[in-house]
Design a protein around this ligand. Structure first.
Ligand code: XMP
Length: 319
């Protein structure tokens, strides 16, 4: 892929110019964008980079292990693993407004990065995997009036007091280009093909208040949903698939017991860049089987619904 080979060389030069002898910190989210950013910045400035994986308690099942494995074993790039679940849950307690959630999470990420930066003698730069659609959507929406739809935590959601300058080598790329760049940089195919995952993580898939219990419930249901999607062979046709745990309880019956548990919504969309999307047309028997499995295996969920909203008018995430 000569375009991406050329992009890689140009960006490495640019990063070196921007950073000079400075120190860079890069947060890994478990997604492709931050992984590609980290590998690229590492190629450019090597030891001047510190990669940080923050375990927020808002990651998908198995995510921490996969990221740590990729960096330590596949690339041999040192990685600091920060356990911050309690901190994140505390910061989110009582927060129900979607924008407040995003801001609280963005601020806490910066606090954690700054604390890690101090440990390595201070960092001058923060590297982020911001993509072109993130930049546009935080400013305006599809050429429409200039309103913020969502503060993406890697664009608008950062606190203004932040001391570090941003390094954003993917700022002009779309997702498919990032994946091509990832291949160029030798990321394993399984990682390159992963569905996008938002910086604020599962918090924005739990409308209402976030708690560790709710995150655990959602994580289990989400893992079953993705497992069924992989087994049925739909994974690569879908841009993004995930579950949303609703703050609504409904009455059900299991055996001869009355239940009063949460509703879980399933979402799956096709898209080329995340700017517009269509809901994915699963066969009904797939939905039926997945719903049955989730209700049988996940305590706290007794009803499953499927989201048939496209973007626009819906957004992909619920918050
Ligand atoms: P929406 O929900 O706005 O999402 O249709 C479009 C795409 O962006 C992802 N997304 C985010 N990614 N930080 C990110 O890195 C964020 O704060 C964020 N919010 C949404 C979303 O998952 C979808 O792929």
């Amino acid at each position: 892929d000569w375009t991406m080979a050329a992009f890689r060389e140009t960006e490495i030069r640019r990063i070196r110019e921007q950073v000079g002898q400075g120190r860079v910190i890069c947060g890994l989210s478990g997604g492709v964008d931050s992984a590609v950013t980290a590998v690229l910045v590492h190629e450019a400035v090597g030891e001047q980079l510190t990669c940080v994986f923050v375990d927020t308690g808002l990651m998908r099942q198995g995510e921490a292990e996969e990221v740590v494995g990729l960096f330590r074993d596949h690339y041999n790039i040192p990685l600091v693993h920060v356990e911050a679940e309690d901190q994140f849950m505390t910061a989110l307690a009582g927060v129900t407004d979607p924008e407040q959630k995003r801001k609280a999470i963005g601020k806490l990420f910066i606090d954690v990065f700054e604390a890690e930066a101090k440990k390595v003698g201070g960092a001058d730069f923060l590297a982020q995997g911001t993509l072109y659609p993130d930049v546009i959507e935080s400013v305006s929406f599809s050429g429409g009036p200039s309103v913020t739809i969502k503060s993406h935590h890697n664009v608008g959601g950062l606190p203004e007091r932040m001391n570090m300058k941003l390094v954003e080598p993917l700022r002009e790329l779309f997702k498919d280009e990032v994946r091509r760049l990832g291949r160029e940089l030798g990321l394993p195919e399984g990682f390159v093909g992963r569905h996008p995952f938002p910086g604020p993580g599962l918090a924005i898939r739990i409308p209402g208040e976030v708690s560790k219990d709710r995150a655990d419930t959602l994580r289990k249901a989400d893992a079953i949903y993705l497992d069924e999607i992989r087994k049925a062979g739909f994974y690569d046709e879908i841009w993004q698939a995930f579950a949303v745990l609703l703050p609504v309880q409904t009455v059900g019956v299991m055996g001869d017991e009355r239940t009063y548990d949460h509703v879980l919504a399933l979402r799956a969309v096709t898209s080329t860049d995340g700017m517009t999307a269509d809901f994915f047309q699963f066969p009904h028997d797939f939905l039926a089987q997945t719903a049955t499995r989730i209700i049988n295996e996940v305590r706290g969920v007794n009803r499953v619904v499927y989201d048939v909203t496209s973007k626009p008018p819906g957004t992909i995430e619920w918050e």
